[in-house]
Design a protein around this ligand. Structure first.
Ligand SMILES: Cc1cc2nc3c(=O)[nH]c(=O)nc-3n(C[C@H](O)[C@H](O)[C@H](O)COP(=O)(O)O)c2cc1C
Length: 201
């Protein structure tokens, strides 16, 4: 996958609570929710890319994502198996400046739109309030289905940011024709740019 980001992201010097001067990255402390799309195979690449935009990165994977697509990441990884005796949907958000769901499946979009919080990823979305970034990844038939359109409209109406899917079909998508299956290479650059624009308003 080609990523379009650059290394010239504007960064700001900030003072930590201990008085230390550090560089603030545009996405700050970044939480990435990963859902069960074959696009999740590139989560490691996305996490490495995130180092250009975030001070620290934590990944939360759904059960399907963890079972099929995500392992051995260079950053902390949480799954529903860790969400047993600790309120991770609260504590992870307390430390996070940006929540990006990438890839976002049709299932998680629908659950998020309905306020269903039955997984760590959907609970994080529900507990976050407006301003979650979603990068949908699914084939074109799913993306254009009335149910997904309704979910996207609801999420946008609720103040979330649902990005446009990428144009390239994933392996799974190709079995049903043209698709919108992969994580666009510039997703984090897009989120960083959007946060900068919003900060200026
Ligand atoms: C190999 C494979 C690839 C899949 N790819 C996608 C996908 O790209 N987009 C999607 O919405 N669902 C995809 N699915 C279906 C989801 O995994 C399924 O809907 C699951 O319930 C999603 O749950 P989650 O959002 O909690 O991960 C795929 C399933 C399999 C087995």
């Amino acid at each position: 996958m080609t990523r379009n980001s650059t290394n010239d992201e504007p960064r700001t010097q900030v003072q930590s609570s201990s008085g230390q001067i550090m560089t603030a990255m545009p996405l700050g402390s970044l939480l990435i929710g990963v859902c069960g799309s074959s696009a999740a195979e590139s989560t490691g690449e996305l996490a490495e890319e995130a180092l250009r935009y975030a001070n620290d990165i934590t990944v939360v994977a759904t059960r399907t994502a963890a079972a099929l697509f995500v392992s051995d990441l260079p950053v902390p990884l949480y799954t529903d198996a860790d969400w047993i005796d600790k309120p991770l949907h609260v504590t992870l958000l307390q430390q996070a400046d940006t929540l990006v769901i990438a890839p976002a499946t049709a299932t998680t979009l629908a659950k998020a739109a309905a306020g269903i919080a039955d997984t760590l990823v959907t609970a994080l979305i529900c507990a976050h309030g407006p301003g979650v970034y979603f990068q949908p990844c699914m084939n074109a038939r799913m993306w254009t289905s009335p149910a997904v359109r309704r979910a996207v409209d609801t999420l946008r109406g609720d103040g979330h940011h649902v990005l446009e899917p990428g144009p390239v079909a994933s392996r799974a998508s190709r079995t049903v024709g043209s698709g919108v299956g992969e994580i666009p290479g510039n997703v984090l650059a897009t989120v960083a740019e959007h946060k900068r624009e919003s900060g200026r308003n």
